[in-house]
Every structure is written in C-alpha cells, then in structure tokens.
Design a protein around this ligand. Sequence first.
Ligand code: NAD
Length: 462
Amino acid sequence: MNFSESDVSAIVKQVVAKLNLSDGDFGSKGIFDDMNEAIAAAKEAQQIVRRMSLDAREKVIANIRKKTIENAEILARMGVEETGMGNVGHKILKHKLTAEMTPGTEDLTTTAWSGDKGLTLVEMGPFGVIGAITPCTNPSETIICNTIGMFAAGNTVVFNPHPAAIKTSNYAVNMINEASLEAGGPANICCSLKKPTLESSAIMMKHKDIPLLVATGGPGVVTAVLSSGKRGIGAGAGNPPALVDETADIRKAAEDIVNGCTFDNNLPCIAEKEIVAVDEIADELMKYMVEEQGCYLASKEIQDKLVATVLTPKGLNRKCVGRSAKALLAMVGVDVPDSIRCITFFGEKEHPLIAEELMMPILGIVRAKDFDDAVEKAVWLEHGNRHSAHIHSKNVDRITEYAKAIDTAILVKNGPSYSALGFGGEGYCTFTIASRTGEGLTAAHTFTKSRRCVMVESLCIR
Ligand code: NAD
C-alpha cells in the first residue's frame, strides 16, 4: 500500500479525531480507567482463551498480523508524532517485521517419554493474566509482539505502557482486540489504561491475579519488577559495542555498522552504540564511514557541545533520544545536508558519548592496540548488561573468544545489528529481549509454565 505524506497525515488526523485521542478518552476496546478493572477484564477473557483450540487462537493471531500490516504506516507515524523519536519509514518496517516474524502457537512444543511404565508429556501451559510494562522507544511494536506471543500461549495481558507513548500504545491495544473479535475470539485479550502511572504499575505488580510480570525498558523498571516478589522477565538496557578487527571486510563493516546504528535513529536496544576498532584498521574504517556512509566527523568542540546538549545532570536529555543526526547537529549549531545520517569521532572508552547508552545516531570509535585489547574494551563498554554485542571479523577463533568473553543474549557477526531481529538474518522477531533474566529473545514459549502430564502403564504402543 502506497500513501503520500499528506495522505498519511490526513488518515492519522481522522483516526485521532475518531478515537478522541487528544484528551485520553479512548472509549476503545481493552482500555480502562482503572488497573483493577483492566485486570478483571483480562481475567475474564483468559477464561475463554484457555479453552480456545490452538486453531482458533491462530485465526485471531492471523487477523492481528493482517491488521498490523494494514496499520503499519499509521502506527509508525503516530509513534514518531507522539514521542518525537524515530523514523517513520523504519518504524513501518518494524511493524511489518513484527506482523510477519513473531512466532505464534507453532512455538509451543511438547516433550514426551514413553516406555513400559506409560506415557509422560511435558506441555507448555499458560500462566493466566500477564502484567507487562512497555517502553516509549518501540511502543506499538512491543505491545503487538508481546500480545501475539502471550496469547498464542493461552494467556491474556494487561499493559502499563510508557505514558509518553500512550496514544500509540492504546491504538495498538484497540486494534488487537478488534482483530480478536472479528476472528471469533473474546474482547480484552490485551488491556491497557487511559492514564498509566507508576501507581497503576505498582497495583499491577502486587495484584493477586497477575502471576507473571514482563518488563521491557531501562534498569529502573526491570529492578522494580524483579523486586516484586513475583516471577519476572526482565528485558533491560544495553550498550552494544561493535568490534572490528583487521581480518574484517572493512568497507562492508562500515556499511553494516552505520546501517544498524541509524535504524530508527538508534532506538532499538540492540543497535550499535559504539565501535571498538583494532588500531591497524581504525583510520580505514573511519574513512569509509565518512566518505561512503554519511557520517559527520565531529571536532572536539562539537563533541563537547553534544555532551552538554544530550546529557543532563539527571541523565539523558529525552529531547535528543531517537532524533536524527541532522537534528542533533542542528541543536549544536551545525547545519548538514540530509545525507548525513550519523555522527562519529575517535574517543576513549570513558568518553560520555561512548560509555552511555544514548539511543541516538552518535557512534564514537575507540581504538584498541590489538584484538585482546579490543575485547577487553568492548566487555567494559557493555557494562555487564549481557544484552547485545556485534563483531566484524573473519577469524572464527576470535569470534568465539569474543562471544565467550562478552556473554550477551545477542551476538551478530558480520552484519547489521537488526539481523538479530530476523531482519536480513535467520530467526524470529521480538522486541522484548530478556537480557537480565536470561530468557533471551522472548516468544510464546517464554510465557508458559511447564506442566507434566503422566499416564501410568498405558498409551505406550511401541
Ligand atoms: P524506561 O525505563 O524509561 O521506561 C520503560 C517502561 O518502564 C515505561 O512503561 C515506564 O513508564 C516504566 N517504568 C520506568 N521506571 C519504572 C519503575 N520504577 N516502576 C515501574 N515502571 C517504571 O525506558 P524507555 O526509555 O521507554 O526505553 C528505553 C530503555 O529500554 C533503554 O534502556 C533500552 O535499552 C531498554 N529497552 C530494552 C529492550 C529489551 O528488549 N531488552 C527493549 C526496548 C527497550
């Protein structure tokens, strides 16, 4: 489907007017005033979902996929307009990826033992109602992806979305419930609030009908969920380094790294946040980045201005997160053509634009004297998040050594970071990477509990 810029703006305005999004009064499916009401509605829906056949669940999921593709452009534009972050074209791709590559019921498997003593199965059963907290960086992508996986496994879900992305998040919640009703499923397979707050999130974390919490966001929310006393899945912050050694195809490494770093203006938690390059090839890498990949080489003066602009005493300046390189440079008085898509410079690993997870297209290069030094620096920069790391090298032994040292949920070799989400790489898509708690890339199987079903002395027919 091709829309012009003005068509899309007109559609978004119509949709916003229809949903009365401006005052937060959505009147939409699955959206409640009160967290207790939302949980009660999701509980009622789960009583129906748990009895639905896998085939019936798949019909609902197929309709969610269809509607996500139909609404990809609207959701992408709403996300950018509401949060001021990201890139519409890239967000359209992210929604299509979510629709097409998030696993459904096929992700649920059974383990069986059969023998003289009978047949034992271990099945993946639902938890019930899951409480989920979602970020403003990938708001609707996370809600759609979480719901497909959680619902496929027989759960329903209550979201406490990021307040800065509430319109986009609740548009997705309404769309999912419409998809369910149209395909013969119940309403309220996912629920949300008109005005989510830290208090509503606290109610959710303590509620007796929520057995599992899933947090996608920064360190604060993951710690809160893990302190709740309930089972928690924590998809936390990263600061992924891209290591480049002298055996790599340097020109391709420059292209892959800048493509990954600039995707959706660096919002994905898996995106390259800094480079560690072996000294021998560092200048060559920089040359390709600047001459062929649209990188702006920032002087010391511009770096200092950027530090003062993007970082505040309280942390990240949210007005800079997810902004384009051109917009960031304009904030420090530099006018560049649209072809500039990333800002780069050489710096020490402690440089604030390198050590911090910025979520904007600023990509400092740290020089390392050799491969071992590069590994040490990259491990330091990852800060023990165990989230994502990337490497460009043709030496398998070195790749293995790096993988063991950095110990992350994701390690992309010789490609852009988004290959890890199934975009140009093998494997499924998710926007909740459980780095802190170790489940890794979440999917339907993650949202299940193990149930053993034992038949004694029968049903072994060998
Ligand atoms: P954020 O931490 O500001 O917010 C995430 C969510 O947590 C929001 O809904 C927010 O309202 C809520 N929240 C924050 N503190 C809370 C607390 N103490 N108690 C309860 N709820 C709380 O993050 P963000 O800016 O929306 O997203 C960016 C961050 O999330 C980055 O650090 C990024 O790396 C991380 N992230 C991780 C993943 C992953 O899969 N691991 C995915 C996306 C984003």
